[in-house]
Design a binder for this molecule. Structure first.
Ligand code: THU
Length: 139
């Protein structure tokens, strides 16, 4: 999966902008994400934490759930931005959710340093994923 450089630049801008609105008073680790839906629309999200830590949600899932609530069912790419020296890859839960809506999705992990940018196929980050295909074998 490849995307136009102007589209990638816009996704990175949206993810970085979303990170400024993260609610991360406990970890002090703001994350922004921007989803490129198959229809070309962009949907952003940020991590939102809670005093009951386990209720926190990652930026990737916030962005994807927002997109799905807008009617999106297929995502082409997701960009994850963190203001860190090294790029941050999605956690396991987010990898599963990315796969649900984009088994061929491109995952771009970026920071303020272009040299740190990393690109992955979701299949690399979550090989041999659980999917609805498994449910087809139900008895
Ligand atoms: N977090 C994300 O939002 N995305 C990631 O890819 C990694 C972790 C959030 C969850 C929590 O709010 C904070 O970063 C520290 O784990």
């Amino acid at each position: 999966m490849t995307i136009a450089s102007a589209t990638l630049a816009e996704l990175k801008r949206c993810a970085r902008d979303a990170a400024t609105r993260a609610y991360a008073p406990y970890s002090r680790f703001p994350v922004g994400a921007a989803v490129l839906a198959a229809d070309g629309t962009i949907h952003a999200g940020a991590n939102v934490e809670n005093a009951s830590y386990g209720l926190s949600i990652c930026a990737e899932r916030a962005a994807i759930f927002h997109a799905v609530a807008q009617g999106i069912r297929q995502i082409a790419a997701i960009v994850v931005y963190t203001p860190t020296p090294a790029a941050t890859t999605p956690c396991g839960a987010c990898r599963q959710v990315i796969h649900e809506f984009g088994s061929g999705a491109l995952v771009v992990c970026c920071t303020d340093n272009e040299q740190a940018e990393r690109h992955y196929a979701i299949a690399e980050l979550l090989p041999v994923a659980f999917s609805t295909d498994a449910l087809a074998g139900r008895r």
